[in-house]
Ligand binder design. Structure first.
Ligand code: 8DG
Ligand code: CA
Ligand code: CA
Length: 340
């Protein structure tokens, strides 16, 4: 394996020269996760897709691709097959496989993971219609996911998220003017439409060190969710913990129901969270790989230097997203430049 690495120049150009190959690899990743439940292969395909997505030019062959970190002989062979025949037999077969298609369909319901999808298919439930006749087999989250299945499949126009953002800001700041709110995900990356609404919230009184105990009632997030229910925005709760709400919302009674996630983050971890949840997933992977090459490990909570023995040290204090880029010597990319 070559040690040729993705360089800074290749990251954040915003152009994916290998989009079609990435699409194939991501579909294979989904197959490995949903049908084979092989998380290693799932991760391997995703990593390969991320590497190709951030490559500064189109790879001309499997051999050329295999020089990149994370692309082995098997993926190289698939790239060659795709270039030579315009398709991939393995994928064609997956498309023809009813079981695999049914698992993918059911795994598309919010709350249904690959294992649940498989057990439903094994019981003979292969369509959304059949699933609706078997509500007793589903958890509360899965039932709500099913109830709004069609709505949740629909993309949310940017303008609608803006309106929802305004409502969230108004009610949350009325609760306490010091709350800081950022809608992340594809919306923050400037996309014209998004799959869901990823809301991150912090408050100066909430830091990791002063973290409230899990058992403490009347948590901040519950208060936030309550005011957003009272004003009619939040219609359903899929799950609610101390720091993470997953649910449904709509602008008015006639609107489409949308997926809304709210995460409450300690202030000292806020910017790592904002970076992580802004994505894209592939950008995050490229950035993490770059960080490792520069002696740091980054995740959704913190940035840590890697010591001489290879173990991460103490988290470094972070006060902005820009600081994270500085630490790992990665030229700052605006959210709109993180779309791959
Ligand atoms: P979308 O909702 O419009 O489809 O796109 P998105 O906003 O980019 O995706 P998302 O699924 O809502 O996830 C939000 C961010 O979370 C994503 O941009 C990057 C981060 N993230 C990762 N890895 C993963 C992962 O494996 N699953 C999910 N859901 N999010 C991840 O970096
Ligand atoms: Ca999203
Ligand atoms: Ca999301």
């Amino acid at each position: 394996m070559s040690n040729k690495k993705v360089t800074v120049d290749s990251i954040g150009t915003g152009v994916n020269y290998n989009k079609d190959i990435c699409g194939i690899l991501l579909e294979l990743a989904e197959y490995e996760r949903n049908t084979n439940r092989n998380i290693f292969k799932y991760e391997a395909y995703k990593k390969a897709a991320a590497v190709l997505a951030s490559h500064p030019r189109r790879v001309s062959s499997g051999a050329e691709a295999s020089k990149l970190k994370g692309i082995g002989a098997k993926i190289a062979k698939k790239i060659d097959e795709f270039y030579e025949t315009g398709k991939l037999e393995k994928l064609e077969n997956i498309h023809k496989d009813d079981r695999s298609q049914a698992i993918n369909l059911l795994a598309g319901v919010s709350g249904i993971g690959p294992a649940k999808a498989q057990s439903l298919v094994d019981e003979g439930i292969t369509t959304i219609e059949q699933l609706r006749k078997n509500l007793d087999k589903l958890t509360h989250h899965q039932q709500i996911g099913l109830k709004y299945y069609e709505d949740f499949q629909k993309k949310i126009p940017r303008e609608e998220i803006k309106e929802i953002e305004t409502i969230i800001r108004k009610h949350v700041s009325e609760l306490d003017k010091d709350f800081v709110i950022t809608i992340c995900g594809s919306y923050r990356r400037g996309k014209p439409e998004s799959g869901d609404i990823d809301t991150l919230i912090t408050h100066p009184s909430y830091t990791n060190t002063k973290k409230r105990k899990k058992s403490e009632p009347g948590g901040l997030l519950t208060k936030i969710v309550d005011v957003l229910k009272e004003c009619g925005l939040i219609t359903d709760t899929l799950s609610l913990g101390e720091t993470k709400f997953m649910g449904a919302c709509r602008l008015n009674p006639n609107s489409i129901t949308r997926r809304l996630d709210i995460r409450l983050l300690p202030q000292d971890q806020y910017y790592c969270g904002v970076l992580y949840f802004t994505g894209s997933d592939m950008f995050n992977k490229a950035m993490r790989a770059h960080a490792l090459e520069h002696g740091h490990t980054i995740n959704e909570y913190c940035v840590r230097p890697i010591g001489s023995l290879g173990t991460p040290g103490e988290a470094v204090p972070i006060h902005s997203e820009e600081e994270i880029f500085e630490y790992i010597q990665f030229p700052y990319k605006k959210p709109e430049e993180r779309n791959y």
